[in-house]
Design a binder for this molecule. Structure first.
Ligand code: NAD
Length: 359
């Protein structure tokens, strides 16, 4: 079995590749253009073998994407490549439209032509798995009239994206569904809640707070910090994704979540408590890490609450998260303490020099 993973140098894609390389004998091709968010240091050299190949390709480059399909002949595509940071999408939406919409369209078209060219047996087994977000459903706090169950997003909740990021991800989801319904391309879609864990790029909430705290810098919390997110440990997500990609029902959607609804301020306070516990030698002038918290201007259009009902994937595929928020957050902080070389290379830009497994 050969899996083509797009965005495999990113936070979640690299977790998927680490999982495939360490837990399965599947071949994996990592297709990634190595934007600022792509980091090949996130796939340790010790895991690399002939099981792995890397293609430095932009999904917006149709010719190159076509070549990768022909050269590598994948059985499954797991599509994670995306521009993923909401704040950046507000500042510069253009590359979000390019990668998340046009790039997904290119990939679908390349996949469709490749799939049609396959011999019957391989054609019957082909699967295209699109990885998406709970943010496509919009703000649960304003969903009085919307279909949701016990105040949670279900697979049939109507799309109502708020940010340029979530609008482009919603567009991509719609394209994938259309390619399934119109052309019969065997697709699956997963929508997942906020991930956290090792190898997370420091612009995102949890690593940003950990690294600022360790450096004695302010911990900026948007608005009043009461925004609620459902948090999932990234390795639990990676396991769910490989399960859906290989065993999910074609044409279906699966919500994935951690059953860990937390207000942002509570996430930051939990991080501070774990840091107080694990790092007794604090930066000068810091008695408790929570003293560094500072409330800053809220993000425009900030959704107040997302929460997932992940009962379908549990019921149909037997997946459930292994980490609770308490265990996952402690593991995450410990990982950043043990892996200073990884994040220092991100902060000083050296990570962009790494090139591994190129085919
Ligand atoms: P990330 O930003 O860490 O990684 C994205 C990867 O895609 C990077 O390696 C980047 O180099 C690559 N990439 C970007 N544009 C590309 C292009 N044009 N061509 C080829 N590669 C390109 O993102 P992530 O957090 O790992 O998210 C992965 C996927 O999961 C995304 O589709 C995202 O929408 C989805 N998702 C993320 C979360 C989360 O909490 N991070 C939650 C649910 C869903």
């Amino acid at each position: 079995m050969k899996i083509l993973v797009t965005g495999g140098a990113g936070f979640i894609g690299s977790a998927v590749i680490r999982y495939i390389l360490s837990e399965t004998d599947y071949q994996v091709v990592n297709l990634d253009s190595l934007t600022y968010a792509g980091n090949l240091d996130s796939i340790p050299a010790t895991l690399l073998s002939s099981q792995y190949a890397f293609e430095c390709v932009d999904i917006c480059n149709k010719e190159q994407v076509d070549r990768v399909f022909l050269q590598h002949q994948p059985d499954i595509v797991m599509h994670l490549a995306a521009e993923s940071h909401v704040d950046r999408s507000i500042e510069s939406p253009n590359c979000f439209v390019e990668t998340n919409i046009i790039g997904t369209y290119n990939l679908l078209e390349s996949a469709r032509v490749y799939w049609l060219s396959l011999a019957d047996e391989k054609k019957a087994g082909f699967r295209f798995h699109h990885i998406s977000t709970d943010e496509v459903f919009g703000d649960l706090a304003c969903q009085g009239s919307k279909e949701s169950q016990n105040g949670l997003f279900v697979e049939t909740t109507a799309y109502d994206p708020s940010s340029p990021y979530s609008a482009t991800k919603a567009s991509a989801d719609h394209l994938v569904r259309a390619w399934c319904r119109t052309y019969g391309l065997p697709t699956l879609i997963t929508n997942c809640s906020n991930n956290y864990g090792p190898y997370h790029f420091p612009e995102k909430l949890i690593p940003h707070m950990i690294l600022n705290a360790l450096n004695g810098q302010a911990l900026p919390v948007y608005g009043n910090g009461l925004q609620v997110r459902d948090w999932l440990y990234v390795d639990d997500h990676a396991r769910a994704l490989v399960l859906v990609a290989t065993k999910g029902q074609i044409g279906e959607r699966y919500n994935i979540g951690g059953h860990n609804e937390k207000r942002n301020i509570d996430v930051v306070n939990s991080l501070c408590s774990v840091l107080d516990d694990l790092v007794p030698d604090k930066p000068d002038g810091v008695e408790h890490y929570r003293d560094l918290i500072q409330f800053v201007h809220d993000r425009p259009g900030h959704d107040l609450r997302y929460a997932m009902d992940a009962s379908k994937i549990q019921r149909e595929l037997g997946w459930q998260p292994e980490e609770t928020f308490a265990t996952g957050i402690r593991k995450t902080v410990q990982w950043y303490l043990d892996n200073t070389a990884w994040w220092q290379r991100v902060l000083n830009g050296d990570y962009q020099l790494t090139r591994r497994g190129e085919s």
